[in-house]
Design a protein around this ligand. Sequence first.
Ligand code: NAD
Length: 317
Amino acid sequence: MSKQRVLITGAAGFLGSHLCDRFIQEGYEVIGMDNLLTGSLSNIEHLLPLKEFSFYHHDVSKFIHVPGPLDYILHFASPASPIDYLQLPIQTLKVGSLGTHNCLGLAKAKKARILVASTSEVYGDPLVHPQQEDYWGNVNPVGPRGVYDEAKRFQEAITMAYHNFHGLETRIVRIFNTYGPRMRLNDGRALPTFISQVLKGEDLTVFGDGSQTRSFCYVSDLVEGIFRLLFSNETRPVNIGNPHEISLLAFAKEIIALSGSTSKISFKPLPQDDPKQRQPDISRAKQLLNWAPIIERAEGLALTYSYFKKQLADSIK
Ligand code: NAD
């Protein structure tokens, strides 16, 4: 019997590349698509020689053609870190809207099931804590982060419309901050920035007083949650993230301790519309997918720290 075929957009990115690995391991044929806007071929280099893997260098905001049958589509293409989407506002809006529309059209044509990568950013600066899927969010559409938040909100809306109107099999995952190997050291997110600063012996930059919170999920836990959601019957959005919340100041201190560095902390003004708190309510995922994260932050951080240390050493060789 021929293998089932999965298209993964954003395949050369952080999460997309881990998803490619997982689907290859599970015995699928994987077609990766990426325009390398924020991703890198080095993330999927190890897959390129495999006959079960093929790669299309393509912008998903343009019409997508994939020959042959497709069973599943995972739409992960999008600039994802604030630095990226602030520099790429139009591409971010296009990939969330036109890119999603193209993926949905392809799923309809191929009778494939599609899972789209949404985000905790749809909750904006939340007025409800922790955030449940039924909370509608507090987003400023014309603020600097609006390009990302609104693109993802549109993505959810059009995905639901294809489900309701065309009967397409759709899944929506709302991803909370995820970390692990293959993130970029300079992507501007708190974790790689802190690690890069300790590795370079610089002070760690904390915005505001550092009391704003984040909840970090290790990548293998996220991939497991996505895998379970894809094969579940749940068409409503599902939060996948780690509810273990920490303030950014405490987090910076953890990274200094982990590295044994003598770096200090320096405080800078809070960026506009920076969310003050972020914590997923994962009751739905627990109940419907029997999923909960299992990697403790100490373990995940140690793995990520060693990855970044090696990356930095390789880059100055
Ligand atoms: P990433 O930047 O590492 O990966 C995104 C990939 O999409 C990159 O390889 C990039 O080149 C590609 N891409 C961007 N625009 C494209 C286009 N028009 N056509 C084809 N490819 C394009 O980011 P990531 O962290 O892996 O995020 C992946 C997805 O998960 C994104 O949709 C993001 O919104 C979502 N997400 C991530 C997180 C997180 O914590 N990492 C949190 C919430 C949501």
